[in-house]
Ligand binder design. Structure first.
Ligand code: GAR
Length: 209
């Protein structure tokens, strides 16, 4: 019998907490065929996240997972794991997801969780990266896509691209340019990992021909 393309494409779960502009970029890339994957599941830990609306508009299963509805982080993550397994998720993409994942979760999906960060890691990890970059007076910033390990904004770097900070720039203007860069880099990094052509040795990620 004929297998539909929908079933063959690798499934992604995208975890968000906010606007979901990176989710949108991933959805757009899968729709246009630039990224050979399908978003099977979108999860938000905030009920009012615009990401959930974007997912539903695209016809993707969208779930609000209330942290307060789970007694412990472990039970929250067990539900998350069950959902990902039920949807046969190949990669988990963190896109502005503001919760820290435990080592148990990270090991369960070793080298299969990606994160995007609005700075050149290891500079300015954590939340408010853009604000901290400007306060520091840095002249260069950028975007990092990396594999998630047991530390925050820390794992092996898949792609990284720099951006010069112009004199007189505000948080809003840097954010706008960071976002444009993110929306281009994230689908590209996901595609690279899905291609099976990246090798991870310690912190080093290399591309095989
Ligand atoms: C993105 O800029 C992402 O880099 C950042 O959250 C934003 C989410 O925006 N992530 C972090 O700061 C992780 N430490 P979005 O909801 O519009 O995609």
């Amino acid at each position: 019998p004929h297998l539909s393309v929908r079933r063959v494409l690798p499934a992604l779960a995208v975890l968000c907490s906010g606007q979901g502009t990176n989710l949108q970029a991933i959805l757009d890339a899968t729709r246009s065929g630039r990224l050979r994957a399908r978003v099977a599941l979108v999860i938000s830990d905030r009920k009012d996240a615009k990401a959930l609306t974007r997912a539903r508009r695209a016809g993707v299963t969208a779930r609000f997972m209330d942290p307060r509805g789970h007694p412990t982080r472990a039970s929250y993550e067990r539900t998350l794991i069950r959902l990902c397994e039920a949807h046969r998720v190949r990669l988990i993409c963190l896109a502005g997801f503001m919760r820290i994942l435990s080592p148990v979760f990270v090991h369960r999906f070793r080298h299969r969780i990606l994160n995007i960060h609005p700075a050149l890691l290891p500079a300015f990890p954590g939340s408010h990266a853009i604000r901290n970059t400007l306060r520091w007076g840095a002249k260069v910033t950028g975007v990092t896509v990396h594999l998630v390990d047991e530390h925050v904004d820390h794992g092996p770097i898949i792609l990284q691209e720099a951006l010069a900070i112009r004199p007189g720039e505000t948080e809003a203007s840097v954010l706008a340019r960071i976002h444009r860069l993110e929306h281009r880099l994230y689908p590209k990094a996901i595609g690279l990992v899905l291609s099976g052509k990246v090798r991870v040795r310690g912190r080093r990620v290399t591309r095989t021909p």
